[in-house]
Design a protein around this ligand. Structure first.
Ligand SMILES: [Zn+2]
Length: 614
């Protein structure tokens, strides 16, 4: 049930005076079957082996537990895991595995007593482990060694570790990971910078994190330092390019700290994954996982790194309690990302990102339906895969809501508020109603005119794009609009002033083109700007979508190559969708069937539905 905001505020006054905030009902996380609310699980010790032949992670997960509430059993989340045996305080114990529940998997029940302090589970991952992508050597850049990486967000950690898999449950961990000799293993922890001769790696993560931030990558990897607390890992052929692209990342961390306080995670390194990675980046603590599609050669897509970095405050430090509150992770992060980017460039540059984000928000609302509850900031994902909430609503509507607040209270007050928010909630969780209460207490402070102006209910519990949604200045995009209009009226591309355009200007130029363009116009653009051969994946993807719409065949071989290698869902989904909606279903099926095995299971889930109607 959704708690109406104003009820929360009204009750709050007395409770704030009493130093209590229990007027709110703490929501239950519907996506974990664990009983971490009865037994605390403070530390995990993993001892696992990564086997590329059987494509299996196997070993032991030992949980340090404290059974203060005298629970009769420990209940953990598992998904497609085979449990070989269980020990409680070193003694082999019977256990039961509940029936499989869609999306959630099978709960593992282990009898415990009041004095139980350690529970060990010996297990193996299954064929349907949704977090894992096992790459054959030919799917990597080097083509000689296999590669494995995980994507645990939102509820996929349970497919490679028996755990209490909810964003509200934090623990520290240590791990011993055995991999084939010659490969490097990395985790969301203190990481090695050299290959281990034995293939055995030890990890220590002393800062408590939720399960969705558990991460592992194994491959032919090298490290290159950027400055004393930042560096990059990549395959050998990519490492120099990556270090070059990431040259400013140390400065980026300092820019973030100047905005919202200290970076509290020690090192900040990035790992460039092979191109099959299904998402742009994943904010795994100490080690952001990145798609190689951000390596554009000119640092023009580094705002993605700003995004993952910002997550070290919003998400990793202050974490959404349930996936229904996902906007508190993502909306804050997009807002913060754009503030970092602005401080490293200028306002006109950040304004382009805000406008492109607004266009994404419009597209998401159109896609979901303007009255859809999935366009509320506060979601209801009960009984569903939390992945359903992974839309631009959480990201862009969430960020626009914070921008609206900033515009109304001024940047200075906004920044004081946010800095305090991060400090006071560090290493804690937050849910929507709790944030609204905090906002009311610390920023709105009884200012009814401000509260009315914000119209918070419409943003959080209402559909679509609220009427007071802020829009960015269009200074740089107005010039792009003029160039597009000139081109469509017959001006030759050579006469357009595109020389200084960033990726964002190109995206705006292309997004607002009529679709389909005529064959002549497509050819004129391609001849002038070589878009078919673009090495910038954002531009290439949009160009291929335009090519499909216009049936511009000269782009098809390059598009086929792009789809064979790139696994990022953000690029795959609209491109396959364009084929499906422009009567090229057979083309979509043929290409998808050919390259399906190159994509991560999460991307396969999305595309199976879209292309194969599964
Ligand atoms: Zn994010």
């Amino acid at each position: 049930m959704l708690l109406p905001f104003f009820v929360a505020c009204k009750d709050n006054k007395q409770n704030v005076a009493a130093g209590r905030t229990d007027s709110l009902t703490v929501p239950k996380d519907m996506h974990t079957q664990s009983n971490a609310d009865s037994i605390s699980m403070k530390h995990l010790d993993l001892d696992i082996n990564v086997d590329f032949v059987t494509k299996q992670i196997s070993g032991r997960a030992t949980w340090d537990v404290q059974n203060e509430k005298k629970a009769k059993r420990l209940r953990l989340d598992t998904y497609d895991l085979t449990i070989d045996s269980v020990q409680v305080d070193g003694i082999k114990t019977e256990y039961t595995l509940d029936a499989f529940v869609e999306h959630l998997g099978s709960a593992l029940n282990i009898p415990v007593t009041e004095t139980t302090s350690q529970v060990s589970i010996y297990y193996r991952s299954g064929k349907n482990a949704r977090a894992l992508q096992w790459l054959e050597p030919q799917q990597t850049l080097g083509k000689k060694q296999p590669f494995l990486y995980t994507q645990s967000e939102s509820i996929y950690a349970r497919s490679w570790i028996p755990c209490a898999d909810g964003p509200g449950i934090r623990y520290t961990y240590t791990a011993r990971v055995v991999v084939p000799k010659g490969l490097m293993a990395l985790m969301s922890a203190e990481n090695p910078q050299q290959l281990s001769d034995s293939g055995i790696y030890h990890f220590d993560m002393r800062i408590p994190i939720p399960a969705y931030l558990m991460a592992l990558a194994v491959g032919d990897l090298r490290f290159k330092s950027i400055d004393k607390r930042t560096g990059v890992y990549a395959e050998p052929t990519m490492i120099d390019k990556a270090a070059n692209e990431f040259a400013e990342v140390g400065e980026m961390v300092r820019a973030a700290e100047r905005l919202y306080g200290p970076y509290r995670w020690g090192r900040y390194d990035a790992l460039i994954l092979p191109p099959g990675f299904p998402i742009g980046g994943m904010e795994n603590p100490k080690l952001t996982f990145c798609t190689p599609t951000i390596i554009a050669g000119d640092k023009s897509l580094m705002n993605l790194v700003a995004h993952e970095l910002a997550h070290n405050w919003s998400g990793n430090l202050v974490t959404n309690l349930t996936w229904n509150d996902f906007w508190l992770n993502e909306g804050f992060t997009v807002y913060f990302e754009r503030r970092i980017t602005e401080s490293m460039t200028d306002k006109s540059y950040a304004d382009m990102l805000w406008e492109l984000g607004y266009q994404d928000l419009e597209a998401a609302v159109e896609d979901l339906g303007k009255d859809s509850k999935d366009t509320h900031l506060k979601l209801d994902l009960t009984g569903r895969d939390p992945d359903d909430g992974l839309t631009d609503i959480a990201y862009e509507k969430g960020a626009a809501f914070l921008k609206l607040i900033e515009n109304n209270v001024g940047r200075e007050r906004m920044d004081v508020f946010l800095r305090k928010y991060f400090d006071e909630h560090a290493f804690k969780t937050i849910y929507t109603e709790e944030f609204l209460q905090y906002l009311d207490e610390k920023l709105i402070k009884g200012d009814t005119a401000l509260r009315n102006k914000l119209n918070i209910d419409a943003w959080v519990y209402g559909p679509g794009i609220p009427a007071n949604c802020p829009r960015a200045d269009m200074e740089r995009f107005k010039k792009v609009d003029a160039a597009r209009t000139a081109f469509l009226s017959g001006a030759a591309p050579a006469t357009l002033q595109t020389a200084k355009w960033s990726t964002h200007e190109w995206l705006h130029f292309m997004r607002k083109m009529p679709r389909p363009l005529t064959a002549d116009k497509m050819k004129a653009l391609d001849d002038a700007y070589h878009l078919t051969q673009s090495g910038n994946s954002e531009i290439a993807d949009l160009w291929f979508i335009m090519a499909v719409a216009a049936d511009y065949q000269p782009a098809y071989p390059a598009m086929d190559k792009f789809l064979s290698a790139v696994g990022r869902r953000k690029f795959l989904e609209p491109l396959y969708e364009e084929m499906m909606t422009t009567n090229k279903q057979q083309m979509a099926k043929d290409i998808y069937t050919k390259y399906r095995q190159n994509y991560h299971p999460l991307a396969q889930m999305t595309l199976d539905k879209l292309v194969l109607n599964k």
